[in-house]
Design a protein around this ligand. Structure first.
Ligand code: ADP
Ligand code: MG
Length: 489
């Protein structure tokens, strides 16, 4: 059951432009490096000089194949490039080379976990297609003596446009999808994923409807370049559309922009339909033919995919599916986990520490796991000392703090901070006897059936042991001495 907003169901479909990580452009040999002086990376082909012809960049095709394999899609044996005609100053040919009727990647799906209330549920978004196309240049509306400027460096940059079915039902789901897609393209290395530089741009198509009704008219929010803006933009758009409909105003299909300063979406133009673009096959490019042997070769050369790795973590390390998915958010996190788990032999503890304390500290200091001051080997050593009962969980957090601050290694820190758990049972029993003798009232109340009275005893015992008593052991001894074997919460 999807979440309703004021009685309306939200419907979202995504179009994402992922810039492919090739050295050169999709149909020319000009460089695609970011940040060069305007118009220094546009060759004759990119500028559409007469007599030039496009030549397909095999590296771009190979990346499209990798993407198709990563999402279980069909890789077309024969796909077609088409001209999408429109006039814009930054589009020198007057058309964009794209794919229309027969795209290179067809179908496929992306699935991910989502928190819904207290539950974690798995969602799957079906992909419609992914096609290869070239990027346009950029208009610069700074003041060039009263005129706008055009930078054609970006013209001809290879893009993979990834289109979903309208399968998402909330802004949270849309953001989770976008994050998962981002993870996939960066994991397989076909895109650097840099959202600020525009390497991964999402357009969100949003509509609302009464549950079970026909699809509503959509508006497309263009170029969302951060996950935060994505959520804000969709939430605003949904409320806006519902307000319009409630006021009796029909939604017009349109392309809108999100303004991060006002938090609002604003119509940019009414949306063109496919027919407006006068698509037709590009006579300058032959059909793109991809033999099965090529697909097989690419498959053989690809690194383990995140979902395959997650399945392996479940099998090899007996981890819950949720943990396995969290730990395969990036290759670096997965490698850190595997190194820790292998080293200490306690996969679940390693997972808990990495998803808990380690991520919390990394997030707070805005560090990536590669920059973690605590190495996998150090974390493994720490976990080893918890599982051999040398230190309690509480003490372990203090040791972790010491590791984080570079104060020394695990055993040295345990000694220096005096954190070793009391393993001398004689000493512990003596402390317990003293505390029982000093607190007759609690003992009496406990024996009379008040389980809570035990807390009044455990506290002073831990204090007398300077926190070094093993809480499990304290519990066992205490109950034995109070003459009950019953375990207490
Ligand atoms: P276009 O090519 O004109 O942008 P498409 O039919 O290719 O249109 O759809 C683009 C995106 O919009 C897809 O991700 C699709 O899932 C989504 N979409 C289509 N109809 C709706 C709708 N009524 N509400 C929300 N999203 C939609
Ligand atoms: Mg489209």
């Amino acid at each position: 059951m999807s979440k309703l907003v004021q009685g309306y169901e939200v419907v979202i479909g995504f179009e994402t432009h992922a810039q492919l990580s090739t050295q050169s452009k999709i149909f020319s040999r000009a460089s695609v490096a970011f940040g060069a002086e305007p118009n220094t990376q546009a060759c004759a082909v990119d500028m559409a000089l007469p007599g030039t012809l496009p030549v397909m960049n095999i590296g771009a095709v190979e990346r499209a194949i990798e993407f198709g394999l990563a999402i279980n899609a069909h890789i077309a044996e024969r796909s077609i490039f088409a001209r999408k005609n429109y006039f814009y100053p930054d589009l020198p040919k007057g058309y964009q080379i794209s794919q229309f009727e027969i795209p290179v990647v067809q179908g496929g799906e992306v699935s991910f976990f989502l928190e819904e209330g207290k539950e974690t549920v798995r969602k799957t978004v079906r992909l419609e297609r992914a096609h290869l196309e070239e990027d346009a240049g950029k208009s610069l509306h700074e003041d060039f003596i009263g005129q706008s400027g055009i930078d054609l460096n970006r013209a001809g940059t290879p893009l993979l446009e990834i289109v979903t079915q309208p399968d998402m039902r909330s802004s949270e789901e849309a953001v989770a999808y976008a994050k998962e897609l981002h993870k996939i393209v960066t994991w397989i290395g076909i895109c650097d994923g840099n959202m600020q530089e525009g390497s991964f741009r999402c357009d969100a198509n949003v509509s609302v409807r009464k549950p079970g009704g026909e699809l509503g008219t959509r508006r497309e929010i263009k170029n969302l370049n951060s996950f935060k803006f994505m959520q804000q933009a969709i939430d605003y758009e949904v409320r806006w559309q519902i307000d319009q409909i409630e006021d009796g105003i029909a939604i017009q299909q349109a392309t809108v922009l999100f303004d991060p300063d006002t938090g609002e979406t604003r119509a940019m133009r009414t949306k063109e339909d496919a027919a407006d673009y006068r698509y037709f096959p590009d006579p300058d490019l032959p059909p793109l033919v991809i033999g099965r042997d090529w697909v097989e070769r690419v498959k053989g050369e690809m690194a383990e995919l995140p979902r395959v790795m997650a399945e392996r973590f479940v099998k090899d390390y007996a981890l819950p599916e949720y943990d396995a998915t969290q730990l395969t958010q990036s290759k670096a996190v997965a490698a850190y986990f595997e190194a820790t788990a292998k080293d200490c032999g306690q996969a679940k503890l390693a997972s808990n520490w990495i998803m808990g304390e380690v991520s919390r500290r990394l997030n707070a200091s805005e560090l990536s796991i590669e920059q973690s001051p605590v190495s996998a080997a150090q974390l493994a050593a720490l976990i080893g000392r918890i599982s051999d009962n040398t230190i309690s969980n509480n003490a372990a957090r203090q040791v972790f703090e010491g590791l984080w601050n570079g104060e020394g290694e695990v055993d040295a820190l345990i000694d220096a901070k005096g954190l070793k758990q009391m393993n001398d049972t004689g000493e512990l029993e003596k402390i317990i006897d003293d505390v029982l003798a000093a607190n007759p009232k609690n003992v009496e109340e406990f024996k009379a059936g008040n389980a809570k009275a035990l807390n009044g005893l455990v506290g002073p015992i831990m204090k007398a042991s300077k926190g070094k008593a093993n809480p499990g052991q304290v519990n066992t001894f205490l109950l034995k001495k109070l003459g009950t074997a019953q375990r207490l919460e």
